[in-house]
Design a binder for this molecule. Structure first.
Ligand SMILES: [Zn+2]
Ligand SMILES: [Zn+2]
Length: 361
């Protein structure tokens, strides 16, 4: 709330019309080009922090314990505001309009979907849309963008196992929910190795397990949680189907009962080929052709810009930060020196694309 308020303030300060409260705390800024009619170009930055304690000793480290911009979204906002300043000052050269999209809750909390459900693209029509993410695993001053799949879909699952607890000295009179949970966790690891085509990408990880609370009681219930990540809808469907069947049948084998909940959290992010090429051309100009990776490897991370790309064509790129602590690490630090590259990319794309003839406005 405070962050989105600050963003809105910065935009208003330079005369940009702002709409607040889109999908809870999303902020939209509109820059109207003065050069003539043209396309509507959407640029998106995410705004949220992570529940991590920052361990850097930077003078500008987080002052709120357990709340840290450990994914560099503060840097993304800054780059988009920097681009907005330039574009607003050069409206005479811009056709059409620019829709600045500041999105909350990217870290698995559905901010993109909330903005879309709140009428984002009906109220602020975009012909095409772009976004970036900083990459601390890539050299400083490099850009990576390619067509096709970029990051994975993600489902989060919870498996609740109901047994029949009792005294640890009388195991034969119980149904040990903890033991059933262990068997299920192991069984689930056969899904990728035996149900997914080896040439497809897929991950299934059990990331949380809980059962029992003391030494002399066999647990009555247990819970397993985790994530399924894929690049293709059919693989995603196969995996969640197997997860449900295996969990229920293994539990049954132990005399227990499993109930499974699977939540669709992220879609697969797929770059549209035309718009990936537009970004790559802009990158050639910003960082030089030798520093542009046009066929970066895919990763099984997820990004909720994926949902915006299901509604509006566009593309997403990675901006090298220089090698440092990984995203989501307590010692991660966004490299401010990369700000001009990201801002220049946004500006170049708008200048290259806004004057194109076809538009919806
Ligand atoms: Zn993140
Ligand atoms: Zn991020």
């Amino acid at each position: 709330m405070r962050t989105s308020g600050r963003v809105a303030e910065e935009l208003e300060k330079i005369g940009i019309a702002v709409a607040r409260g889109i999908g809870t705390t999303g902020v939209i800024g509109i820059i109207e080009g003065k050069a003539g009619p043209g396309r509507s170009i959407g640029l998106r930055a995410d705004m949220d922090a992570l529940p991590i304690h920052e361990e850097s000793d930077l003078p500008f480290r987080s002052t709120v314990d357990g709340c840290f911009h450990g994914c560099g979204h503060d840097g993304h906002m800054t780059m988009l505001i920097a681009a907005a300043r330039y574009l607003q000052a050069h409206r005479d050269e811009i056709f059409g309009r620019v829709v600045l999209i500041f999105q909350p809750a990217e870290e698995g909390r559905g901010g993109a979907r909330a903005m879309i459900a709140d009428g984002l693209f009906e109220r602020f029509a975009c012909d095409e849309i772009y976004a970036l993410h900083n990459a601390p695993d890539r050299d400083f001053g490099t850009i990576a963008v390619g067509p096709g799949p970029v990051s994975a879909s993600a489902d989060f699952f919870d498996i609740d196992i109901a047994g029949n607890g009792g005294h640890a000295a009388f195991p034969h009179r119980t149904v040990d929910a903890g033991l059933a949970a262990l068997a299920i966790a192991q069984g689930l690891h056969t899904i990728v190795s035996r149900n997914v085509d080896p040439v497809d990408s897929a991950v299934l990880s059990v990331t949380a397990m809980s059962a029992g609370s003391t030494y002399n009681v066999i647990p009555d219930t247990a819970r397993l949680s985790g994530t399924i990540r894929t690049m293709r809808p059919d693989v995603r469907k196969t995996m969640s189907g197997r997860l449900v069947r295996l969990s229920k049948s293994i539990a049954e084998g132990y005399g227990a009962k499993a109930s499974v909940q699977i939540r669709d959290v992220f879609s697969t992010l797929v770059n549209h080929p035309l718009h990936a090429a537009i970004l790559a051309d802009a990158a050639d100009a910003v960082v030089g052709e030798a520093n542009v990776d046009r066929a970066p490897p895919i990763a099984m991370t997820s990004e909720d810009f994926a949902d915006m790309l299901l509604h509006v064509p566009g593309a997403y790129f990675f901006l090298g930060q220089g090698k440092g602590a990984a995203l989501h690490n307590p010692r991660y630090a966004f490299n401010d020196a990369a700000i001009p590259f990201g801002a220049s990319m946004f500006v170049r794309v708008v200048i290259a694309r806004s004057r194109m003839a076809e538009h919806t406005a």
